[in-house]
Design a protein around this ligand. Structure first.
Ligand code: SF4
Length: 279
């Protein structure tokens, strides 16, 4: 990555951060109006559907009964929502899995991502409104993933969203490992995602430091994952998308969450998908 690209990424991230930090809550009705008009201007029906996807509309989230925000990953919308993505993760990203195979779903995610960047006040107003309404309904049973297909620093961008549902459980995966070492809202839990440049030493370091790490293995569907990786016990993360919300280990160390390669990840030769016999 050259210096100019890094600077552009920093600039777009800091503009969004500044806009979000200084966001002025709008009346919900007028924010819905702006969203409906934005959609109409981008070729959609003039409606203001929720920003959040219900668990029943996403196979992964359905398992954990979590609501999720599905933006367009990496630079698909023209705005970078995954500043730490890698060549391999962009290639195997689950963006096109399930309903993502439909072009209408892709276009809708792109529109939502542009709306976030171009109408930040209205986006933040609607997101806060939806999270708060769901919290009133589900209370502490509410689970929420704000980065289903993105890797934004919500703890910096919109810390208020965690405060408006204080007993809800927010969780995400991140390739931005620096996020694992900053103060997080008490109800936001992250797992670090391994990628093609992640070594076993990196995984060991994170686990020793008390952090959970997700690792994708070439293990076929239905087959058992390796017992250990990098000398650590492997938890089956395919059983629950929210495995990192399990009770912390008594010894204070983190866990390795193993995932079986799916979709395009099955043919990966970059090192993103780890060989279960490799340790
Ligand atoms: S960081 Fe995650 S969401 Fe972004 S491109 Fe990579 S796999 Fe997809």
């Amino acid at each position: 990555m050259n210096t100019q690209t890094v600077n552009i990424q920093r600039t777009s991230r800091s503009i969004l951060r500044d806009n979000m930090r200084n966001y002025t809550p709008q009346p919900v009705r007028s924010a819905q109006e702006v969203w409906a008009q934005f959609r109409a201007d981008n070729g959609f029906a003039r409606l203001s559907p929720p920003l959040l996807t219900a668990p029943t509309h996403n196979t992964k989230l359905d398992k954990t009964q979590a609501f999720g925000l599905s933006l367009a990953p990496a630079r698909l919308s023209g705005y970078n929502t995954c500043t730490h993505s890698t060549i391999a993760c962009r290639r195997v990203c689950l963006n096109t899995a399930g309903k993502g195979a439909y072009s209408s779903v892709q276009r809708a995610r792109i529109a939502k991502t542009k709306f976030l960047h171009e109408h930040t006040d209205e986006f933040a107003t609607l997101l806060m409104h939806e999270v708060h309404s769901l919290y009133m309904q589900y209370g502490k049973d509410l689970r929420m993933r704000l980065n289903v297909l993105s890797d934004l620093r919500w703890e910096e961008l919109l810390p208020q969203v965690f405060e408006c549902a204080p007993r809800a459980q927010f969780y995400d995966y991140t390739k931005d490992w620096d996020r694992m070492f900053v103060d997080m809202p008490a109800n936001y839990t992250l797992a670090a995602s391994a990628h093609e440049r992640t070594t076993e030493d990196d995984v060991r370091f994170m686990v020793d430091a008390g952090h959970d790490v997700s690792v994708v293995f070439s293990t076929p569907a239905g087959q058992p994952l390796p017992h250990t990786y990098a000398g650590q016990h492997v938890t089956d993360a395919d059983l629950s998308d929210a495995w990192m919300l399990m009770r912390p280990r008594k010894d204070g160390r983190g866990r390795v969450g193993g995932l079986r390669a799916k979709g395009r990840a099955r043919g990966d030769i970059s090192g993103f998908v780890k060989n279960p016999l490799g340790s």
